[in-house]
Design a protein. Structure first.
Length: 128
């Protein structure tokens, strides 16, 4: 029961964070066709995951319960790759093929770069 409570608490906090951040970005990019809110949430989520994973790799930080809360709960509730897929599909259905391709390409490249930067910021160097 304890693991489910940790995931639920983290997931609730992550979902609220996603809602607030993506809403703020949407408010400031209303005229954009590109799904910038989801893009920003995914990249930030990957940056945070990279930093936390790098800290764990270097310093063996966080108990298993804390890792469950942070990764499965908080980041699982925060990142929005299901929304990413749906928004990309909608772009394709509207024949916005270039924007759909840009969303896929930039989301993946920026997320991978954010993960790498997170590991570097955590001081792990090339060690996974």
């Amino acid at each position: 029961m304890k693991p489910m409570i940790l995931v639920a608490l983290g997931g609730a906090a992550g979902a609220v964070g996603r809602y607030k951040l993506s809403g703020w970005v949407l408010h400031h990019s209303v005229s954009w066709k590109f799904p910038l809110g989801t893009f920003c949430v995914n990249v930030l989520g990957c940056l945070i995951a990279g930093i936390l994973a790098g800290m764990i790799a270097k310093h063996d930080l966080f108990s298993p319960d804390t890792r469950l809360l942070l990764f499965t709960g908080l980041l699982g509730g925060f990142t929005t790759f299901s929304a990413f897929g749906l928004e990309t599909l909608y772009l394709l259905k509207r024949s916005e093929h270039l924007l759909a391709g840009a969303n896929v390409l930039f989301s993946i490249l920026a997320a991978m770069m954010a993960l790498w930067i997170g590991f570097e910021l955590a001081g792990t160097g090339s060690r996974p």
